[in-house]
Design a protein around this ligand. Structure first.
Ligand code: SF4
Length: 120
């Protein structure tokens, strides 16, 4: 699944400068395509599509299956696994961390649900 990002996200990812965020994005896109970071730019939606490898992996996914820009990853990736890139597409070790967070939030929800049941 291709990951699409805005120019603001490209700024947070460290690929463009602040003054370029609202600048002529076609020119920005040309530079980023040449650098190998993005595959294309849609002028109508103003979204950039991150480049993928031949096997469909994101270009920022390293051989060890970890994201090379994890701390600055786009917002769609931050929602993983609830939305965004398909399971197995993003770092597996991070996925374990996400599963732990999900498990904890599930336990909290059960606890809240239990408390609310006892009140009524
Ligand atoms: S989290 Fe995954 S899809 Fe998102 S930028 Fe990193 S490697 Fe690419």
């Amino acid at each position: 699944m291709p990951v699409q990002v805005t120019s603001e996200e490209l700024y947070h990812m460290g690929f463009i400068k602040a003054h370029q965020v609202n600048g002529p994005l076609k020119r920005v896109a040309q530079k980023l395509i040449k650098a190998g970071y993005i595959k294309s730019y849609n002028a109508r939606t103003r979204l950039f599509r991150l480049k993928q490898r031949e096997n469909g992996d994101c270009v920022f996914l390293m051989e060890n299956r970890l994201c090379s820009i994890y701390e600055n990853r786009p917002s769609i990736c931050r929602g993983f696994p609830f939305n965004g890139a398909r399971p197995g597409y993003c770092p597996s070790q991070r996925t374990k961390q996400v599963q732990k967070v999900m498990q904890n939030s599930s336990l909290k929800n059960k606890s809240i649900h239990k408390k609310s049941k006892t009140k009524f």
